[in-house]
Design a protein. Structure first.
Length: 50
């Protein structure tokens, strides 16, 4: 079975399971929050240098 097939099966499983879908959404949200914080820190640090 190819990697694409495995990914497809995993995606199917997640979409059909509300609990797994919620966990995935929560994880993505946390990663996006972390990324925004990191970007804000970089902007603040850059402004201090100027």
């Amino acid at each position: 079975m190819s990697e694409k097939d495995l990914e497809g099966k995993l995606i199917e499983k997640i979409i059909k399971d509300p609990i797994l879908l919620r966990k995935l959404c929560d994880r993505v949200y946390k990663l996006m929050e972390e990324d925004i914080r990191n970007q804000q820190e970089r902007v603040c640090n850059h402004r201090r240098i100027l």
